[in-house]
Design a protein around this ligand. Structure first.
Ligand code: CO
Ligand code: CO
Length: 312
C-alpha cells in the first residue's frame, strides 16, 4: 500500500467531495477544513458565516458534526475584542449545530483569516457523496443564489444595512435541517454550493457520476437585485475565472453574459444541491418545506457526455 492510501479511507480527495470519509469500526468519520478572509464587516457575522460554511461540508455528506477546531490568522494590530467577536460567532454556530469547539491555533498575519476544521459522523451507508447521480434525477437546490454578487455590492456600498441583513442570515444559516431532510428521504448525490457556483458544483457532480446535467434557467432562484447588479458588472473578481474554466463543458443556451455570472457566482456558505430520483422528489421537497427550508428544482441529470452541462 502506498502512502496516502488506506483500506479504511472510504472517500479521499480525488472526487472533490465535501469531506474525507474514514471508516472507524461501524462509524463513518467525516473530516473537513475551510477558511475565509472576511466577506462581511462585522466580526461576529464573519465568525458565524465561516462556521456555517465549514459545518456545511459535513451536512452535505449526510453527517452530523461533533467537534470543531478554530484556525485563526489575525494582524497583531487588531484589537483583541475583534478576534474575540469572530470566535464568539464561530462558537455560537458550532453550538447551534450541536457540536463543540475543542481547540485551535492562532497565528499573526497581515490579512485576517478564520476557519474551522470539523469532524462529524454518519452511518457508512448513509454517507451522501457528490457522485452517484443518475440520468433522470432531479436537482433540488436550497438557498437562493447570488450572495457573491451581493457581497460585492455591499463592499461597493450599494446595499444598505437592512437590505444586507437577510443575505447575511442566509449565509449564516446552517444546512443542518436540509441535510436531515436529505438523509430522511434518501438521495443519489449531494453537495453544497460554494466557490464554483451552481454550474461548477453541478459539473463536478455530473462528471463524477458519469452523466450530463441540465439546468433550467427559469427555475434558478436568486436574491432580489442580483440580476441588476450582474448586468452592471457588480460581481466578484473570481467569477470570470469560473466561467472561463467551465466554458468548454457548458452549453450556456439562453444564459447571456449576466446569467453566466449568476450561474457561476461563487457562493459563501450556499445551500445544498441534491440529485434525487424523480419519484422521491416530492417527498424531498415536502421534507424540506416541513423544516422551513426554501427549495427549488433547478434542473435534472441527463444522459450525455460526463460532466457536460446544458442550460435550457
Ligand atoms: Co463543500
Ligand atoms: Co469546503
Amino acid at each position: 500500500m502506498s502512502p496516502g492510501e488506506s483500506d479504511d479511507l472510504l472517500v479521499g480527495f480525488d472526487t472533490s467531495d465535501d469531506a474525507a470519509v474514514y471508516l472507524m469500526g461501524d462509524q463513518a468519520v467525516l473530516l473537513t477544513v475551510d477558511f475565509f478572509t472576511p466577506m462581511v464587516d462585522d466580526p461576529y457575522d464573519f465568525g458565524r458565516i465561516t462556521a456555517a460554511n465549514a459545518l456545511s461540508d459535513i451536512y452535505a455528506m449526510g453527517g452530523r458534526p461533533l467537534t470543531a477546531m478554530n484556525l485563526l490568522a489575525m494582524p497583531c494590530s487588531l484589537p483583541p475584542e475583534v478576534t474575540a467577536e469572530v470566535m464568539r460567532g464561530g462558537a455560537d454556530k458550532v453550538c447551534e449545530a450541536g457540536a463543540v469547539i475543542v481547540g485551535g491555533h492562532t497565528i499573526d498575519d497581515k490579512e485576517p483569516k478564520y476557519g474551522l476544521s470539523v469532524m462529524g459522523v454518519a452511518r457508512p451507508e448513509g454517507v451522501v457523496r457528490n457522485v452517484g447521480a443518475r440520468p433522470g434525477d432531479l436537482l433540488v437546490l436550497t438557498k437562493r443564489l447570488g450572495v457573491g454578487i451581493l457581497n460585492t455590492a455591499i463592499k461597493q456600498g450599494l446595499e444598505t444595512e437592512e437590505s444586507q441583513r437577510e443575505v447575511i442570515e442566509s449565509m449564516a444559516h446552517l444546512n443542518r435541517a436540509a441535510a436531515e431532510a436529505m438523509v430522511e428521504v434518501g438521495v443519489h448525490a449531494g453537495t453544497d454550493i460554494t466557490g464554483f457556483g451552481l454550474v461548477g458544483h453541478a459539473r463536478e457532480m455530473a462528471l463524477g457520476s458519469g452523466c450530463a446535467c441540465e439546468i433550467e434557467l427559469a427555475n434558478v432562484p436568486v436574491w432580489p437585485k442580483v440580476v441588476e447588479y450582474a448586468e452592471a458588472m457588480v460581481r466578484p473578481g473570481r467569477t470570470a475565472d469560473v466561467v472561463a474554466f467551465l466554458d468548454p463543458f457548458l452549453d450556456w443556451g439562453p444564459a447571456d453574459f449576466t446569467w453566466k455570472g449568476i450561474l457561476a457566482d461563487p457562493q459563501t456558505s450556499g445551500g445544498l444541491m441534491m440529485a434525487v430520483a424523480p419519484e422521491k422528489a416530492d417527498a424531498l421537497l415536502a421534507a424540506l418545506a416541513a423544516r422551513g427550508e426554501e427549495a427549488a428544482v433547478v434542473g435534472r441529470m441527463a444522459a450525455g457526455e460526463a460532466g457536460t452541462i446544458r442550460v435550457v
